[in-house]
Design a protein around this ligand. Sequence first.
Ligand SMILES: [Zn+2]
Length: 352
Amino acid sequence: MNGAILNAWPSVVVSRGNEWQSAITLELTALPEKIEFAEMTGNTHTALGLEPESAGNLAAGLRDLLKDTYRYRFTLHGVGLVMAADDIVVADGLIRLVRVHPGDHTRPGTTQEHPLQVHLDVFTEYPLQGPPYGDPNGDPNGDPVDIQQRPGLPATVTFRFSRKPLQSLFQGARIGVDPGHGGKDKGIRGPVDLTEKYVTLEISRELCSLLELSGAYPVVTRTGDVDLTQKDRIQVLKAGHPVLCVEIHASGSDNPLAQVYRVAARQDCSDSALLANEVASALRERMGIRPEPDVLPAQPGLDVPFIRVEPLCLTYFADEANFRAPLFRKRLGQSIYNGIARYLHRVKTRQP
Ligand SMILES: [Zn+2]
């Protein structure tokens, strides 16, 4: 009997071998007969088999997501799809999107279409660095494909991807992080009394933990609920010699239904504008918000790209409620991180 794929989900894990990995797990009624791996080439639209017109019909958001991605395909033989063919936005910094769809083959001799294979297409931001992605037909219990079968439960197949491309981008980079407010200065308050000083610290923690996993050194102005003057903050940042700085705030409005988001860039600094742009687009992609651009005055003595992010509108009841969910906080930190990663990649690869 052929197995069927029931479910698919992404995660970020640290492997037993202590490697930081992105993982995609498929849940199946029975294991596939064989798994094949291929690196796909060509630009994303060609690789998807889309004519320019149909590419134009793709949702603009999806088109943006697939722009400049690298594509890899796993083909699972002898399984069908129970879940609907799906595009799963992952946006974990390495994997941007995963597409699960039936293969083209139908079972010979049957009138009914019966796909015998399923493709798992993985779109990544950077070329994968193998291993572990190299040999899915190797040891079935080792990297990169982790197969689990337990009595009474669906089988799972987990594909693992090394997050080394992110670690090589961030390795040793000193990144300034300044969570706004603190101590007596509570900042904006939400309708149920969530405070901005708490929100900025939580987002900063999520961001810093990703930076640390990437091998970067966060230079943080505060890690607790303390009073800091603007002068104190600049002093901490200056002393840490960061390559860039991100100030974190929340926005608010007198109109309780307003949703205002902003990413502000240091004036007269093209790299600040580039950084702001990448963080804004990462927020759009991950959080579905459209931050407005804004400008910041230069900070004397701090001559590095500098932005201020307001990824949350605290006076809007839904944002305040969402913030109580750990996953939402993680996504906020992840979005800012993704934007910083893309900025570093651009700077690294641009022509002199
Ligand atoms: Zn603020």
